[in-house]
Design a protein around this ligand. Structure first.
Ligand code: UDP
Length: 254
């Protein structure tokens, strides 16, 4: 029953045509997927929480001069963003061993890394997002060397900033995934941060108990997924009055 033109539907979000040229509306769904779509579920209120958490983080990043696609939140589930040309690379930054890095290199989960590590994965569901090197990215023209330099520099700044932001509220930033896009403004093009930053795309552990407060609760059937996301939002000082039934308020336009 939507008046708007759907541009794209992904696993966690729907993108609609925006009110002005060059803008899109991102609608955050409650659907959850893991292991390249093999595990699926619906988590009541997840979209609301991710919309708010991503808004908060993107706004803080905009404030420190990290360019992002984020313009403003429209309502509980939607935000207005700039339309960008997505670079088909998932950029993962890691501070502590976990997930696929632990599996690949036989590192115990929770082991601090000697320094932050940035990895690239080719965004391709059919292939299961394989890890690639800078060589592949430039050889296949997914991005130029200059763009990779910009992406690396932005990723490290985002990592520094977010590590501090979460540490201040008793959360360890283990690792996270970023996506970037090309924003065209007249004759100019610049690389901006796109997609979302939320507990769906970050590993977040409680600093004292190491309890998982992210999508691993869904991936590993630990339960309490949205409760953990709500706790992340609460600690960041957003959604202070989050009602227990988050979906009840989903259509509220603010
Ligand atoms: N990640 C993501 N989307 C993906 C793959 C990974 O958001 O398609 C995030 C994931 O939540 C974690 C980080 O990137 O914070 C590193 O994930 P990893 O490579 O360990 O893969 P996983 O163990 O999640 O398969």
């Amino acid at each position: 029953m939507s008046r708007r033109k759907k541009i794209y539907e992904g696993k966690g979000k729907i993108l609609y045509e925006g009110p002005e040229p060059g803008t899109l509306v991102a609608h955050f769904k409650d659907d959850a997927t893991a292991f390249n779509n093999q595990k699926r579920g619906t988590l009541d209120g997840k979209g609301v929480l991710n919309n708010r958490i991503s808004e908060f983080v993107m706004e803080r990043l905009n404030e420190i001069g990290v360019p992002t696609h984020f313009i403003r939140r429209i309502n509980m589930r939607e935000q207005l963003i700039r339309e960008v040309e997505i670079i088909p690379i998932e950029v993962v930054a890691r501070n502590i061993a976990a997930g696929s890095l632990s599996a690949r290199l036989g590192l115990e989960e929770g082991q601090p890394l000697p320094r932050s590590i940035v990895e690239f994965y080719f965004k391709n569901d059919e292939l299961g997002d394989p890890m690639v090197a800078e060589e592949h990215i430039t050889a296949f023209n997914w991005a130029t060397t200059q763009e990779i330099d910009d992406i690396m520099a932005l990723t490290l700044r985002v990592n520094d900033f977010m590590s501090g932001m979460f540490a201040a509220v008793g959360i360890k930033l283990i690792d996270f995934k970023l996506e970037f896009g090309r924003l065209y403004e007249g004759d100019m093009m610049r690389i901006v941060l796109a997609d979302e930053i939320s507990p769906d795309s970050c590993r977040l552990w409680d600093a004292t108990t190491n309890e998982k407060m992210d999508k691993d609760r869904f991936r590993r059937d630990l339960g309490g997924v949205t409760e953990a996301y709500a706790e992340v939002a609460r600690r960041l000082g957003i959604m202070k009055d989050a009602p227990p039934n988050l979906h009840v308020v989903e259509s509220t336009v603010e």
